[in-house]
Design a protein around this ligand. Structure first.
Ligand code: CU
Length: 186
């Protein structure tokens, strides 16, 4: 085995490392931006008119929130009517309301803590035409949450798999070249 093919092998390996590093940086770098909770829907729906003041409001997000720092304030004609701490189940946050809350316009101001620790806030309103019965409904979000795979976006996974395949192929070629040496003797 002479020196020229060996040098070619080392150079190829270093280039591959740089390539893999660059792509990994790109893939990982896009991760945190997707980590914030996104509100998908509410019960009652924002701006809707309901027959009776509900026993609870339910917010559905694209992913579970963190309990710490999560707060939902529901303000109506009689003032604030939220009752107790919000309940977090899967990707929903449920806030119970005091029994018999009056008819009228309600504003829901919410803040949840995303999985990455950053808060997300928003408000929505609804109008009820009769007082609530005080019954807290079981958690049943009106808007079904679309199933979003946790972690890397699909495109990044495909890219990563393709990259690994390319890396394996290059490694095989390099190994074979090194093992056979240079029979032609250039
Ligand atoms: Cu964040």
């Amino acid at each position: 085995m002479n020196v020229a093919p060996l040098r070619r092998v080392r150079h190829g390996g270093r280039l591959l490392l740089v390539l893999v590093g660059t792509v990994l940086t790109l893939v990982v770098g896009t991760g945190p931006a997707a980590a914030h909770d996104v509100l998908l829907g509410t019960t009652p729906a924002g701006g809707s008119r309901v027959g009776a003041t509900p026993g609870a409001v339910v917010l559905t997000f694209d992913q579970p929130a963190v309990a710490m720092g999560t707060q939902i304030l529901v303000t109506g004609p009689s003032g604030q009517v939220q009752d107790g701490p919000p309940r977090l189940v899967d990707s929903t946050v449920t806030q119970a309301l005091t029994g018999g809350a009056p008819a009228g316009d309600y504003t829901v101001a919410w803040r949840v803590t995303s999985a990455d620790g950053h808060p997300v806030t928003g408000t929505f309103t609804f109008t009820s035409t009769s007082p609530g019965s005080g019954t807290v409904p079981s958690v049943a979000p009106a808007v079904p949450a679309p199933v979003e795979p946790a972690g890397l976006p699909t495109g990044a996974v495909v890219l990563l798999v393709a990259l690994v395949l390319v890396a394996v192929a290059v490694a095989v070629v390099l190994l074979r070249r090194r093992r056979t040496g240079d029979p032609a003797g250039s």
